[in-house]
Write a protein that binds this ligand. Sequence first.
Ligand code: ATP
Ligand code: MG
Length: 553
Amino acid sequence: MSDPAPVQHFIRSIIEADLASGKHAAIATRFPPEPNGYLHIGHAKSICLNFGLALDYQGTCNLRFDDTNPEKETEEYANAIQEDVRWLGFEWNGEVRWASDYFQALYDYAEELIGKGLAYVDDLTPEAMREYRGTLTQPGRASPCRSRTPAENLDLFQRMKAGEFPDGSRTLRARIDMASPNINMRDPVIYRIKRAHHIRTGDAWCIYPMYDYTHCISDALERITHSLCTLEFEDHRPLYDWVLEHLSVPAHPRQIEFSRLELHTTVTSKRKLNQLVMQRHVTAWDDPRLPTLHGMRRRGYTPAGIREFARRIGISKSDNVIDMAVLEGCIREDLEAKAPRVMAVINPLKVVLSNYQEGVTASRSAGFHPNHPEFGEREVPISREIWIEQDDFLETPPAGWQRLTPGGEVRLRYSYVIKCEEVVKDAAGNVVELRCSIDHETLGKNPVGRKVKGVIHWVSAAHALAIEVRLYDRLFLDAEPDSHKDRDFLEFLNPDSLKVVNGWAEACVAQAEPETRYQFERLGYFCADRFDYKPGERLAFNRTVTLKDSWSR
Ligand code: ATP
Ligand code: MG
């Protein structure tokens, strides 16, 4: 990976100070996703941060699944997450870790807390517990079970584990402070009874540890030095520290929070993405309109482009709401240098070159990239019938129009200058064909005695390859669809987020492997679909991103 130099931020400063002072000889970070959905662009920010820091400071980064909610977690999600991390260009340290690897250790630590009088089994119903917890303005009240003795608690906790009590009937709670101004510290639940099949431990457990309790201990067991998470966990940090301070764990990692990424015109919440998929507003988790890593990959986004995006948006504690144009700009820049250029027509209008001999083909070779001769060349054939873009012709054009118009001239890219001699219309008055003449003296030469400024793309009808083209637009019409108090985010779905058209491309793209990316000249960047690919059948191309609008005259 040869990415540009990282941008300095407060977490890097903390790490540099810790390395300089000798507090740590090397850093250890982790990326801790819950396998309850596919990763999205927000996770990419966290992945680039955690794995990127490990690379920059020659430390390590673990991939650890936070698998403490068996009902919502699946193997499919866990596999997709690993695939995404690798696709983004990162490799985790050693084996994949699972919070469930630590279920026995977590249980033993819970007994340690009980023995120290720092945890108790509570019989309050969830409703009663909520009632007792108090509010932001009112302190909580002690549960009648709070005064149970360690021996009593140990016995009850062991029986919870043994399956003697029904789901939800009892919990284990940390005994901290029911009057704390921080509600997370009002004796949080650390274990619950739940008979659910777990993807890794099967039915071995009927009690499961809560996230806050699990996370800090997992970090400590892995000797993580800097535990980086998003700002909503700031109020949980006192609990993170409390648990580690009161247990005989091998390390006490430092939790540091940064702000979540939010992207305009989309949603970055697994729950909402899940809803879009389950309710079939999109085709699947890898629908190219979604900001999931699987979706962005299928659309043609590049790992380097996404990493550059993460670098540019930076890391801080202030709001990180970013316009989609920033992400698209990073993808475009990466593809600009890397994607071979070919011609394709996605809204075809037939042109007959009336003074070009029938059955004759000529061709000219053209490079795949103006700045990269090493990309090679291909022959661009011409014959009597060609396809051009419908909107490159206007009968009554505005001032300054440089494309085709009746009686006007234009250059065919890599080929001749043509002149529009006749416009053929159907009964309804639609333009269905143009008859043009070719200036035989203009192949690779300027026309004599006049200037022709406009250049349009085209393909030879006899040679072109039929392709399916998927044109994607914003998934939502509102910049922040999930920010409206009284309106559901689904109300802002863009009904025209996908348009499928049939077009024509130069024959050389027939060889495109799945995921090959091209610039279709003047149209944008397109990617051969990863999955809808059957050799011999019509290739499907997904529009990754349009070009900057510099051609639009
Ligand atoms: P979501 O809210 O989408 O469900 P999550 O935080 O519940 O996300 P996790 O699987 O727990 O999803 O996230 C794994 C890691 O990715 C966490 O450290 C989390 O802080 C980070 N993360 C999740 N969303 C974002 C985001 N939008 N920006 C930056 N980091 C994020
Ligand atoms: Mg989470």
